[in-house]
Design a protein. Structure first.
Length: 398
């Protein structure tokens, strides 16, 4: 009576890909569609520092009562240190407020809700291509969406001039979602010079940046990956940052993210905080505690923090090694010049292959990629890289 008119919703393109991979009986099958870090054995590990922090929480935690709507104050301060730098004014001067949200996805949705509820913006510009959920999240929050060019398929590079040309059509007050580092899906990041130009462009055109900072530490390093965010902070403009601890802490299922809003004064920030509290209260009431407390425990303890930074470096270095090794093996096999994937950052890579070639990899070799040619570099390891290189060479050469 009420639900019988409903039709089966289409499967999520990435989750559906994982289902198809699981059903494949090919013993050599490879899943490069999954969006999580995997170690050399194809496992998403629990970091040692996280295990140690969890044990400490088990031994010392005294209550399971609600957290504040914003999350723990220490979580907010430590998150701002991560984003802006330990000695940055925005850590403690009251001009930036931080909320713990359920993952980076939750942070983006709370940001969208806040912008719509307070009539701050009506339209958001999103890179083409991007993480597909950006459009769904912003559309569900009530924002009109538009695309700006980011990737040049012919040169397999970032098209910065086209990006600025498209954003030149944005109206004053429009929101612009920008990947702070490790662009998903291309792996192509803005250079320092491009960030400098973009920050001034956004300020001059009175656009509101919303930085998706999901992969801090997965690109070049914790400090290096924050260049763009800190450049925006230097300009003195208002902006928002949706950050995540899912990747750099390996805590995907704990849903630990943060929304940070930078304002021009502490008084304005207080008003912003009060209104985002309303948005959070309507959406989730209070944030989950366990993952947040792990982050606070690790980042507050010098030994655990040092261990975390070492484990993070090992994840980052492994992915970079796989990039370099794959490019070498493809060149040796006669597949052509794939050095462009070495210039990319983070967990994802655009391999520059067609949808037909992606389908051929799946049908003939049991190698699963997103239809756009986006591959999760973390799914490559020493056990499958030769098989992958041979298969890629075969489909590229036809």
């Amino acid at each position: 009576m009420f639900f019988d008119h409903l039709e089966l919703a289409p499967a999520d393109p990435i989750l559906g890909l994982t289902d198809a991979y699981k059903a494949d009986t090919n013993p050599k099958k490879v899943n490069l569609g999954v969006g999580v870090y995997q170690n050399e054995n194809g496992v998403t590990p629990v970091l040692k520092c996280v295990k140690a922090a969890e044990q400490r929480l088990v031994d010392e935690e005294q209550t399971k009562s609600y957290l504040p709507i914003t999350g723990l104050p220490e979580f907010g301060r430590l998150t701002r240190e991560m984003i802006f730098g330990k000695d940055a004014a925005l850590v403690d001067n009251g001009c930036a407020v931080t909320f713990h949200c359920p993952g980076g996805t939750g942070a983006l949705r709370i940001a969208g809700d806040f912008l719509v509820q307070q009539n701050i913006a009506k339209r958001v510009w999103i890179s083409n291509p991007t993480w597909g959920n950006h459009f769904q999240i912003m559309g569900a929050a009530g924002l009109e969406t538009a695309k700006y060019t980011y990737y040049n398929a012919q040169t397999k590079s970032l098209d910065f001039d086209a990006m600025l040309k498209d954003l030149g059509q944005a109206a004053e007050g429009d929101v612009v979602i920008i990947h702070a580092c490790c662009h998903n899906p291309t792996g192509l990041d803005l250079s320092h010079e491009q960030w400098d130009k973009l920050a001034q462009f956004l300020a001059d055109n009175k656009l509101l940046p919303l930085l998706d900072f999901a992969y801090q530490g997965f690109g070049r390093g914790l400090e290096e990956d924050a260049y763009g965010v800190r450049k925006l902070a230097e300009t003195g403009i208002e902006f928002l940052v949706a950050s995540s601890y899912s990747k750099n802490f390996g805590m995907y299922n704990e849903r630990v993210g943060a929304l940070t809003v930078v304002c021009t004064s502490a008084d304005i920030a207080k008003n912003v905080q009060s209104q985002i509290k309303v948005a959070v209260r309507c959406a989730i009431s209070n944030p989950p505690a366990h993952g947040e407390k792990i982050v606070v425990t690790v980042l507050s303890d010098p030994e655990l923090r040092a261990q975390w930074e070492q484990e993070l470096a090992e994840m980052r270095d492994r992915m970079r090694r796989m990039r370099e090794l794959l490019a070498q093996k493809l060149a040796a096999a006669g597949a052509g010049d794939f050095n462009f994937i070495v210039e990319q950052n983070g967990m994802f890579s655009f391999l520059g292959i067609t949808k037909e070639q992606v389908q051929a990899l799946r049908d003939k070799y049991g190698i699963y990629l997103v239809a756009t040619g986006r591959a999760c570099v973390a799914g490559i390891n020493d056990n499958n890289i030769d098989y992958l290189a041979d298969a890629l060479t075969a489909v590229v050469k036809g």
